[in-house]
Design a protein around this ligand. Structure first.
Ligand code: TXA
Ligand code: MG
Length: 355
């Protein structure tokens, strides 16, 4: 299949005209990757069963992992669900458009293939102007998982989508960097109090501010590794770079010393090592490490948003450099840090050393 790449700069006039053809592709059953404020999505008409099937094929995604339905207008919610939970309105007012996905009872309009036969549907209204304009023009709800091959780190740049999806989908819209960098928060509002099934761009603290009581079933990355998760997607190994990954948690000086020691040993064995640090801790590593390891900083711990924004790009960069083992520091789990730690834990397959 020939994949067309359309580059869009939203600061130019009439940029949305460039979406007309992609909207037609969606309407006629094709696949279009597009930027959202969280990560790039791989979209199909959510009401077209065959089109949705081809999403699973392109990603190599297990069919028991349901998709999020993206809308451009809150009015579209009522077609997708039979009963809107009482908490929905306050959440939509506070966080839509934006990185919050609401799990609600589904309507019969939503095909089984979208919800993996669950009796709920996940709905989100993205704030990215390209995502919003594309969905409006298509005139249909758009089912869209992250636009990576299943298991790989989610794409935050069109180049990442090209790596994974070239030749497998119809259109890739390049709209630059996806700002938030981690996916939306998935919140189950069919239960009281609501439960966070996946931490993401909207934080637990922000949700509690609006709703009072909200439960997070995430001891980051741990609770979702055992048992039967309510959000089917959380059970899979995820966000993984090709390298083996290990998290080291503890006092920053001790972490740097431990990582340095292990890096030296790996280097002796001829293993290519990557180290994921932060601006504040980068100086704690011996300068010799910088000559033989690939060291990347996630950004500043004082600006936790930057840690989220850079995470998936850094993981892919280690792969590009042929790194075989990645050692990473852990982050504070307050605010957006909860989503960052969740993704790090998943990428590391739960591999963590506590000093
Ligand atoms: O930010 C995002 O949410 C991105 C962008 C493209 O919007 N999308 C995304 O989709 O991350 P995906 O497919 O990679 O992750 C969707 C998550 C999965 O963990 C899935 O199991 C969960 O949402 N999910 C979808 N429908 C659900 C449902 N009815 N009940 C519980 N969990 C659901
Ligand atoms: Mg995904």
């Amino acid at each position: 299949m020939k994949t067309q790449i359309i580059k869009i700069d939203t600061s130019t006039s009439n940029w949305d005209k460039q979406l007309d053809q992609a909207a037609e592709v969606l309407r006629s059953g094709g696949l279009v990757a597009f930027p959202t404020e969280t990560v790039y999505g791989l979209g199909a008409n959510a009401l077209d069963e065959e089109a949705v099937k081809s999403i699973y094929r392109a990603k190599g995604r297990p069919s028991d992992n349901p998709l999020i339905v993206h809308i451009a207008d809150t009015a579209a919610v009522k077609d997708l669900t039979d009963s809107i939970p009482g908490t929905a309105q306050a959440l939509m007012d506070a966080f839509w458009p934006g990185p919050l996905t609401l799990v609600m009872p589904r309507s019969s309009l939503v095909p089984d293939i979208v919800t993996a036969c669950l009796d709920t549907v996940a709905v989100r209204m993205p704030s990215h102007p390209i995502a919003s304009a594309l969905i409006k023009k298509a005139g249909v709800p758009v089912a869209a998982p992250s636009a990576n091959s299943s298991g790989r780190p989610s794409p935050t740049l069109a180049r990442h989508v090209i790596e994974d999806m070239m030749g497998k989908i119809d259109v890739i819209i390049d709209g630059g960097n996806a700002e938030v960098g981690v996916e939306s928060t998935v919140l189950d509002i069919t239960v009281d109090p609501p439960v966070i099934l996946r931490p993401g761009g909207v934080t637990l603290e922000q949700l509690r501010h609006v709703l009072g009581n909200v439960i997070s079933d995430q001891t980051p990355g741990i609770s979702d590794m055992a048992g039967t998760p309510k959000s089917p997607g959380m059970k899979y190994r995820h966000y993984s770079p090709k390298a083996t990954m290990l998290l080291i948690q503890g006092d920053p000086e001790k972490v740097a010393a431990e990582i340095s020691k292990r890096a030296g040993l790996y280097h002796k064995e001829g293993t290519a090592v990557g180290i994921l640090v932060t601006d504040e801790t980068a100086g704690l590593y011996e300068s010799s490490l910088y000559s033989y390891c690939k060291i990347l900083s996630l950004g500043s711990r004082k600006e936790p948003k930057t840690l989220a924004a850079n995470l998936f790009r850094c993981l892919r960069e280690f792969d590009e450099k042929g790194v075989e083992v990645i050692m990473a520091e852990t982050t504070d789990i307050r605010g957006i840090g909860q989503a960052v730690m969740n993704r790090l834990m998943k990428a590391a397959g739960g591999n963590i050393v506590k000093l």
